[in-house]
Design a protein around this ligand. Sequence first.
Ligand SMILES: [Zn+2]
Length: 259
Amino acid sequence: MKKILKRILIGTILTTVISFGSIATLILYPQLLFAEKVVYKDFNIYSNNPLPDTYKSAIDYAIEVIKTSEIYESGHQLDIFLCHGTFYNDFDTKLLGFAMAKSLHNNILLKVPVDFDKNILIGWNSERNLKKTIAHEAIHFYQMNKYGMTRFSPITHPPSWKGEGYPEYVAYQKDIKSNDYDLIESITKIKEFEKKGEYWFPTEPGQLDPLVYYKGRVMIEYLIDIKGMTYTEILHDSVTEEKVIEEMTVWYERQKSKE
Ligand SMILES: [Zn+2]
């Protein structure tokens, strides 16, 4: 009897391990499910239809901005999957939840229709800037690569303003560093939206993001560009949202009084 129970137990454990292993393999290595593969610089792009030539400018942009990041490391090849309309997309959504785009280790999943010519991801009620989304998701890989899965994973991660604000900061580098950009104006916009109690923020025309993404990006901007901190320093637990907002508000009021 004991022998039979032992066999059943071992059988159950083996089946569970094999099932989890198969699911993890499918989620992390879906390459064979896609008909087309294009290799371009630091990225492999998998899709079921041929890509228009404009994909190159999206990738060029992403590489240009991610290379400005202190956590970028050369020698990594990231995989982008154009998943919309595939079994894999449905499977991932059922298992891990929906997002227009997400990063899973070195995979970037673009889960809604993609228009390279217009540089957009097309969601149900909002669009996203495609090249900036690729840069954002790529930075999630470099966060995990630099700081480890114990600090950057779907289960353990820093607060949103640090974890999501930094990829946004990198993705928007060209806007932030342009001559007509003004951090004071960005903080003013946040204050207006917070007063109205709005959750969604129009980061770009046609694009709505949770305000916490934009606010996180602006807080990171303040810490890096005004205070001269590194991202590694910002990740330290002693750098809290409350303290940064308090300090940034003092700086903001001082700048406004000079205008
Ligand atoms: Zn993100």
